[in-house]
Design a protein. Structure first.
Length: 427
């Protein structure tokens, strides 16, 4: 009994020492200082392609530089740049057999300014039937990276214009998908003209090389983009500041980078990533995932909306996709005696696991989860101009960030390796 008591005292002493060490770096004042900048009106809501988004990226890169971190291998700076295209269809025409089809019944998703095809072009013909989920099926075809003619049953006519919801920025591709509101036909020809523009985006990334297991990576991430300037609310505010979504997550990433850079005792390489274009389709994390070997990524801590109390109150958060790996159990073990608890996602119907950047890497088998406190069944400021810094709890945010430090320690040290996600079971 005496030995058990002594061991317990030793554990508590170690935890207390670690808590004191983290308090010096991660505290409400430091958290608020970062959060205030990222969610200020000067950032203009960090909308896609906006000057405010570039300002936020520059600020994050400057914070990374102050820690002494290195850029990711292959990058000359903390910016991980890539290109997207915006394509606006301006004209469409076609024939099916000997009949002309109205242009409004043809919607193309293409990177080409001028696309002209017929039944000899080698496009695969597929259908969306009368009883199928229209947008879900359409999205699936768009994601497959193939040349498709998608014949849409005329019973879906009222849904056809909903394809506009799937428009927006996308990666340049040699493949095109053409949706046609018509019964299928073996003989056809279509012409689509589009205004196509190429635009640059960038993630902000850095790393702290590991000491003994440098080719194994642990990622801490969030997204720095938001919705920009939009429809004013009742008070006339039109800036969607995104203080919680997700300036809070990026604040955490910066604070974690500061902490781990200070001590530099990580056996595995630590990667810090501020993703762009999450709100527009997760393009930043998609590009990021293509620049590394997912088999070497041991864990991903994606941090999203941690600025408010969870449904369990302070000193608690939840982990999306908790049941998909044993990572949550590892984190819980490392937090024993701290008073902080991680819980499984209490909102499974909302599919939060698939609604943030973790999903991109999880589909590659990475133990990738999002840590959040957002009450998604009652989040009045979500995607509104009212998502401002004055709605956040800085003290609780600091405690969450410190909990991530403590809970990740055995993964960073190489003592624990989470089980992999079974990607075949993901949607």
């Amino acid at each position: 009994m005496r030995y058990i008591f002594t061991a317990a005292i030793l554990v508590l002493t170690v935890l207390f020492a670690r808590a004191q060490r983290t308090d010096k770096i991660i505290n409400p004042r430091a958290v608020k200082k970062i959060e205030r900048v990222l969610s200020s009106d000067k950032m203009e809501g960090r909308g896609l392609y906006s000057p405010g988004l570039d300002k936020a990226a520059a600020f994050i890169a400057a914070q990374f530089a102050k820690t002494g971190m290195e850029p990711l291998k292959g990058n000359s700076s903390f910016f991980q740049e890539f290109s997207m295209i915006d394509a606006k269809q301006i004209a469409a025409s076609g024939t099916i057999g000997e009949n002309t089809i109205p242009g409004q019944n043809i919607i193309g998703f293409t990177s080409k300014q001028h696309l002209q095809i017929d039944n000899s072009a080698g496009f695969t013909s597929v259908t969306i039937g009368a009883g199928e989920k229209f947008l879900y099926t359409a999205y699936r075809y768009l994601q497959e990276g193939k040349n498709y003619i998608v014949w849409v049953d005329t019973a879906q006519a009222s849904n056809f214009s909903m394809l506009d919801r799937l428009k927006g920025p996308r990666f340049k591709s040699d493949n095109s998908v053409i949706f046609v509101l018509s019964p299928s036909s073996p003989a056809f020809s279509f012409v689509i003209d589009s205004e196509v523009s190429e635009k640059k985006l960038k993630n902000v990334t850095g790393m702290i090389p590991g000491k003994s297991r440098a080719d194994e990576f642990v990622i801490f991430s969030g997204h720095y983009d938001h919705l920009g300037i939009g429809k004013p609310d009742d008070l006339g505010d039109s800036i969607y500041n995104g203080a919680n979504d997700d300036a809070a997550g990026i604040t955490a990433v910066i604070m974690l980078a500061r902490y781990f850079s200070k001590w530099h005792n990580n056996e595995r390489t630590l990667v810090f990533a501020a993703f762009t274009a999450e709100e527009s389709g997760g393009f930043g994390s998609q590009y990021f995932s293509q620049q590394l070997d997912p088999a070497k990524v041991i864990a991903m801590f994606n941090i999203e909306m941690i600025g408010t109390e969870s449904k369990w109150g302070k000193n608690s958060a939840y982990i999306t996709g908790y049941e998909k790996t044993d990572m949550g159990a590892i984190l819980g073990k490392n937090l024993q005696g701290t008073g902080f608890t991680f819980h499984p996602d209490p909102y499974p119907d909302q599919q939060l696991f698939y609604r943030s950047d973790n999903a991109t890497l999880a589909r590659l088998g990475v133990p990738a989860h999002t840590i959040s406190t957002s009450k998604m069944d009652n989040e009045p400021f979500y995607h509104t101009p009212a998502d401002e810094i004055n709605t956040l709890d800085m003290k609780n945010m600091a405690e969450i960030i410190k909990a991530i430090v403590l809970s990740s320690r055995t993964i960073i040290s190489g003592e624990d390796t989470p089980t992999r996600v079974d990607a075949q079971k993901l949607r």
